[in-house]
Design a protein around this ligand. Structure first.
Ligand code: B16
Ligand code: MG
Length: 217
């Protein structure tokens, strides 16, 4: 029986990837190199520090830890300017309806995001009240594909992992869900999310009834 749904934030509930992209692109250009949309795919679901390391590798730059910390802060300050202007219009299709369905059917709802800015995004879009537990980058010590973020979520809502379903748009997140012993639903394309138990284009394409029919756990 499905007793909890755990949601990634960026790419599943809201499209903040575009703001991450603009902020990283600006940083790359200020350092003298180009950063493309294709490069940006490598940063999805990846932590801020790991993202910066990938970006610097693309630019062929080697910097010390202090310089890196400054750049990560500069990028984050830009990103914060963008997310400060977010509102409920930026919630992705089907997300609200599905969150309401979970609530109505007594299914626990938790967040499992790598972002340290998750609370700002949830508050600005009005999503916070839908969650029984919120686990984000301020609570974790290991990044996806480590299962920590989802295991903490399951513990917070007091549900065994085998009764949890994870919704993720990044491959690392699907691997994290599998390692946590949970069912995974990929949001996006089946090519990139091959390891998921099921893949749908968005939350508008899923319902609690379909989940129950597909996974008899
Ligand atoms: P921050 P998610 C992730 O969010 C993003 O996909 C990823 O691009 C970002 O680098 C990471 O959060 C850290 O975000 O810089 O705000 O702490 O998909 O796990 O919800
Ligand atoms: Mg994501």
């Amino acid at each position: 029986q499905i007793k909890a749904c755990l949601f990634d934030l960026d790419g599943v509930l809201v499209d903040t990837a575009k703001y991450h992209y603009i902020a990283w692109k600006e940083l790359a250009e200020s350092l003298g190199f180009l950063f493309t949309e294709q490069d940006n795919e490598r940063l999805k679901g990846v932590s801020r520090v790991a993202s910066l390391n990938i970006l610097l590798e693309i630019g062929g730059l080697t910097l010390d830890e202090e310089e890196k910390a400054q750049l990560a802060e500069r990028k984050n300050n830009r990103y914060i300017e963008y997310i400060a202007k977010m509102d409920s219009s930026e919630i992705l299709p089907g997300a609200l309806k599905f969150l309401e369905e979970c609530r109505d059917q007594g299914i626990k709802v938790a967040l499992g995001s790598a972002s340290k800015n998750a609370m700002t995004i949830l508050n600005n879009t009005g999503l916070t009240p839908y969650f029984d537990a919120i686990i984000d980058g301020t609570h974790t010590s290991a990044a996806k594909p480590d299962p920590e973020v989802f295991l903490l979520g399951a513990t917070a809502v007091n549900i065994h992992p085998e009764h949890c379903v994870v919704f993720e748009d990044a491959e690392a997140g699907i691997i994290a869900a599998t390692r946590a012993g949970m069912i995974s639903v990929g949001i996006g394309s089946p090519q990139t999310l091959r390891a998921a138990n099921m893949v749908v284009p968005s939350l508008a394409h899923i319902s609690v009834a379909v989940l129950r029919e597909s996974f008899a756990v």
